[in-house]
Design a protein around this ligand. Sequence first.
Ligand code: AHR
Length: 523
Amino acid sequence: MLTRLLAVMVLTLAPIRAAAQAPQSLVVDVDAARDTISRHIYGHFAEHLGRDIYDGFWTRAGTGEWHLRQDVIDALRRIQIPNLRWPGGCFADYYHWKDGIGPSDQRPTIVNTVWGGVTEDNSFGTHEFMDLVQRLGTEPFVVGNVGSGTVQEMAEWWEYINHPGGSPMSDLRARNGHPESWGVEFWGVGNESWGCGGGMTPEYYSDQFKRYSTFLRSYGDTRAFFIATGPNSGNVEWTEGVMREAGNRIDGLDMHYYTRVRGFGGQGGPGGNPNGPEISRSATEFGEREWFVGMQNAQRIDDLIEQHEAIMDRYDPEKDVWLIVGEWGMWHDVEPGTNPGFLYQQNTIRDAVVAGQHLNVFNNHADRVKMANIAQTINVLQAMILTRGEEMILTPTYHVFEMYTVHHDALMLPIEIDAGTYEFEGQSVEAVNASASRDAEGRIHISLVNMDPNQARTIETEIERASVSQVSGRVLTADAINAHNTFEQPNTVEPEPFDGASLSDGLLTVELPAKSVVVLELQ
Ligand code: AHR
């Protein structure tokens, strides 16, 4: 099968030569390119949870005084993080922003009863967050408190951050050392309001959303981009209710979905199959069964997006409202000996493969999914960075984000791939998934994820009438399914130049290793 790729090339995939698999095909359809991949899909999340802020971004290590970590900032700048969500998460509906401004030695302490029961000194507040995002070169995404706050409290925070000057809150900001406004636009109206944010119904939340958002007035050029609490994974009733009641007032709907490894033989999600065999929830101590369940549950994200998209399309056929996946990632048991409320977990090649797969799915839904935030940035859940005192290591997931920077704001090229299935004990998932884009310089990037931990796949693609003369790439893979980076061996899993792709007589051949993420560049 041949498909024409406008003025560039034609890619078709000949049968993959690897072991007996169903017929395979790969088509990149440049003719159908229409949507830009929003760089905000590659967003991040910093909650007052465990050691994400305190001991992650914000530390006393080295100097004894609180300060932002430069090594962390440098690492995150390398992956060009486009936005940072803060202060939660569940914590957002518990946070009272006035506790976190003014001289730090006069700020009240609070007990973080949401996460770990630890006392925080509020030394990291609004000014420190704004300083952080400015040094990261990223856009702030602030989540306001609906659950335990008031309309006045949220409106005053908005005013404190965004009023240009000459109002009670902007004068207070100036007295605290920052006369200029910060111009924050991404604004969450509560978090998980169906759960930790207040246990609301979609109808009640919609009324609250309208009430709160009414009082966040535009100041000059700064207008709030209102982000409403979205559904918890498959909760279509929530999406239906909020879109029906408040859809015309919403800019983004914030859906959350975590990949958990629970129960083999059930259909993923919390609980899994109670009758299934014993399964490990450890981030590092697991076998192929747990690998398989991880892949199976990760693939649900595609269906979930399609389900919610279909509802949104009915209320918003122009696709003005962004579907935001404001929390996603693998959620494992905490590392032994750590505070269960800190959600500190290790991160293996399994997490990296799931990250690559999710990002491919988000890219491919570029017409509706315009923002996403992996949970979370440092020391919490599927983190980019782990810290220990003054030390820092990069996780396999970090490397996927770095490899995928080529897709930021690039034109999405629709891609279809069928590389057969990965089978395990009578069940199966699609083995390979992919996304493709063309950047401003005309380079085409294809990211391919092989979820099969055992079987390499060879992909042969014919290129016709192509101006393509070079292919290069990078690969992230490992020998063991639980390979990960440690403070003792920080470079066990890191990207390498990929020598498995070649061009010869118009034929592109890609040898895709088992359990790998590969990003190709064609020019
Ligand atoms: O990311 C951890 C928690 O998961 C967040 O605080 C909450 O929003 C979600 O349930």
